[in-house]
Design a protein around this ligand. Structure first.
Ligand SMILES: [Zn+2]
Length: 336
């Protein structure tokens, strides 16, 4: 039973109506990445009454996020984004279920993280994760909404496997590392990232209501006021949606090390599964340097690097972009 009053401003729209509202209420949506795009789309989907939201992010809140990531404030520094975003949105709409998932998504865990999910909104900033998401969306047949924003430009596309072009029809090969600009190198206008998040939420709502996506990539420049709709055709030899190759999904690894969007941070996800003893680690680290417990995470200052440790054993190593150094710091202070 859905309390329709709360949503009256959208249920009077012929595009939604009470029937559409019931579909939204019955839906489970994952937002992967709670940056500029993900915080906007998650906020709008929670307010619109999507019944179950999974908010997934591997990072913690930093000061430079506040310029554009609309669910965070100054009191949230160093806390896991997924946890903070879920708490804020539960206060916005207590009639829907909102789950925060502080995980680094990769081939070994994407199936369990996305279990039961009927739509994914892409708030990630990395191509490898999009290629992986594209493969699982094809395997499971669920739609997803690609989004990207850099400088004053944005792109959005709703993807329904088997109907529209998939992400690899659009981009057949992974661009080499360092070949694309990042938020760190090119910057981002906060109005543009908010537009992209809003457009993604709109595409998401339409897909949840059963509307067939246009198959077009929407490209715009928020400074020049230019908007283009580009038709993306399905590729006859697409390795993903035609040949059904699972190049990324099949690469199930044990320990996973990933560099975060040019920010001198490495994420290490150990092969170990399950909770670790954060209190025990805190006690062991105390003689070695400043360590603080923020409830679900520990933050340890190792001098030339800051290590954030999550309760499932994952860690963010800040102050290096060298995976080997990050791995040795993890081994030294946490152990593997
Ligand atoms: Zn394809």
């Amino acid at each position: 039973m859905v309390a329709l009053d709360r949503y009256v401003r959208q249920t009077i729209l012929p595009e939604i109506g009470p029937e559409g509202q019931r579909k939204l209420s019955a839906a489970t949506v994952a937002i992967i990445g709670l940056g500029a795009l993900g915080t906007v789309s998650a906020g709008l989907l929670a307010r619109a009454g999507v019944g179950h939201l999974k908010l997934v992010d591997r990072d913690v809140v930093e000061l430079t996020n506040l310029q554009r990531q609309v669910l965070f404030d100054e009191k949230d520094m160093d806390l896991p984004k997924a946890e903070v975003a879920a708490k804020k949105l539960r206060a916005v709409n207590s009639s829907v279920t909102i789950e925060g998932v502080s995980k680094d998504i990769h081939a070994a865990n994407i199936e369990s993280v996305l279990a039961g999910v009927g739509l994914v909104v892409d708030g990630t900033d990395n191509m490898e994760l999009r290629f992986l998401l594209n493969e699982i969306a094809i395997a499971r047949g669920f739609p997803w909404v690609y989004g990207g924003a850099i400088a004053t430009q944005g792109m959005v596309m709703g993807i329904l496997p088997g109907t529209t072009a998939c992400f690899r029809c659009f981009l057949p090969q992974m661009p080499p590392p360092g070949s694309l600009p990042t938020c760190d190198t090119a910057g981002i206008l906060n109005t543009v990232s908010s537009i992209v998040g809003s457009l993604q939420a709109t595409e998401g709502i339409k897909l949840l209501l059963g509307q067939r996506p246009s198959g077009e990539l929407l490209v715009f420049d928020g400074w020049a006021n230019e908007l283009q709709r580009l038709r993306v055709s399905r590729r006859k030899d697409c390795p993903a949606c035609v040949k059904r190759e699972t190049e990324y999904l099949g690469a199930k690894r044990g320990q996973v090390i990933a560099a975060l969007c040019g920010s001198q941070t490495i994420s290490i996800d150990p092969a170990h599964k399950g909770e670790i003893d954060l209190a025990g680690i805190e006690a062991r680290l105390r003689p070695l340097g400043p360590v603080k417990s923020l409830g679900s995470v520990l933050v340890f200052d190792a001098g030339d690097a800051v290590i954030t440790i999550f309760s499932d054993g994952r860690a963010l190593i800040r102050g290096t972009d060298d995976p080997q150094r990050a791995r040795s710091l993890y081994a030294k202070y946490i152990g593997m």
